[in-house]
Write a protein that binds this ligand. Structure first.
Ligand SMILES: Cc1ncc(COP(=O)(O)O)c(C=O)c1O
Length: 377
């Protein structure tokens, strides 16, 4: 049976009408005018013929993406430019596994890779992160899920917990893939969102059957460009390219041009810096709010991503809290239930202007207090 993408359904149903939108996992999006202030030449955009661009990505953009990985690998990586990491995820599952094969999936997680795998007839087994140990990887679960798997998928840094794999965990994931001769797919869309600016190392280069998927949506603040990529060995990338021709042919010419610019090393650093400021300030504000609240919520310290994965006061369900927040407070958050069944958590984006964030957090406090007083006999 077709598995719906619960989080995206929730967002589509609610995000347009609410006053405070804290449910998406990005930073405030960058406007074209801001890119012009970093040096983008508007004439190049205005004069661009709106034809199909190179189907697998322009030479310049592929060179700039390749440079993010090449120093880490003996063989040069190949790159395919896709319509967001979303298309990249569909292409890798379809191209690198077959119907009925096992796919081992990190949990909690953004539902995309798991849902795609299920809908393509793959058998998904999960291995989880442990909330009682700062969302560390449960190695014994990894072993079990990876046994006989054709593909192992990790999200590093992880959405929604912000966990970054330690060296020991990276090695365990690679060893599990090697033992099973499985593909290792590393969703790295949050590389560049680390609060301390220390960038997460890609898994590409640690094992020959590794592909990374990524995009300009999160760390760059350019989700509306819908530009992502697959990076890995040539034969894997070519198999994804064959799917890409059917799915979308190419991303847009406009996105390709602006993407080339955003991936210029100087512009990339400037965008990361801009976005990191939003993330770090917002995350601190949420931490202070949790500490000063009498609602019995908790938050693990995280290293990366624009989001905070908050444990709710005891007894509350994330979906009910989410609905109540929309109806009574016009605040949209993401229920933890939609990240693999974490109904005692909600996910909030921290990357907002602070006045807006504080006002939304006040409203959340009021609703949680009201819900708790109703639930307490
Ligand atoms: C972990 C993760 N991977 C992939 C995506 C898809 O991103 P894109 O906008 O590049 O399609 C998202 C979007 O939220 C995400 O959180």
């Amino acid at each position: 049976m077709f598995q719906e993408f619960e989080l995206e359904r929730w967002m589509s149903a609610n995000e347009q009408g609410v006053r405070y939108e804290l449910a998406d996992s990005g930073v405030p999006a960058v406007a074209l005018r801001e890119l012009v202030s970093y040096g983008l030449q508007l004439e190049e955009i205005v004069d661009l013929p709106l034809h199909y661009p190179e189907v697998n990505g322009s030479g310049l953009i592929r060179e700039r993406i390749r440079a993010l990985y090449d120093s880490r690998t003996a063989e040069p990586v190949d790159v395919l430019v896709t319509v967001g990491a979303a298309e990249a995820a569909g292409a890798v599952v379809d191209a690198l596994t077959r119907r009925g094969e096992r796919v081992a999936m990190m949990r909690p997680n953004y539902q995309q890779l798991a849902g795609l795998a299920v809908n393509l007839g793959r058998h998904v087994e999960t291995f989880s992160l442990d909330p009682s140990r700062g969302w560390a990887l449960r190695l014994e679960e990894l072993e079990r899920a990876a046994s006989g798997a054709a593909m192992i998928c990790v999200c590093n840094p992880n959405n929604p917990t912000g966990h970054v794999l330690s060296d020991k965990e990276r090695e365990a994931v690679v060893a599990a893939a090697q033992r099973n001769s499985a593909w290792l797919v590393s969703d790295e869309v949050y590389v560049g969102t680390e609060h301390d600016g220390v960038q997460t190392r890609t898994l590409v280069g640690m094992y020959e059957k590794t592909v990374a998927i990524s995009s300009l949506s999160k760390a760059y603040g350019l989700s509306g460009l819908r530009l992502g990529w697959v990076a890995g060995p040539r034969y894997a990338v070519e198999a994804c390219w064959a799917r890409h021709e059917y799915a979308t042919i190419a991303t847009s010419a406009l996105s390709m041009k602006i993407g080339e610019y955003a991936l210029d090393p100087l512009v990339r650093n400037a965008l990361f810096e801009r976005n990191r400021t939003f993330i770090a300030n917002g995350y601190r504000t949420i931490q202070e709010w949790v500490l000063s609240s009498d609602c019995e919520m908790s938050l693990s310290q995280t290293r990366a991503t624009p989001v905070a994965f908050l444990r709710l006061p005891p007894g509350l369900s994330s979906v009910k809290v989410g609905r109540k927040l929309v109806e009574d407070a016009s605040v949209l958050v993401a229920p933890g239930q939609y990240f693999g069944g974490y109904d005692d958590h909600i996910r909030l984006t921290a990357a907002r202007h602070l006045d807006e964030l504080r006002a939304a957090l006040d409203r959340i406090s009021s609703v949680l207090k009201q819900m708790r007083s109703h639930d307490t006999p």
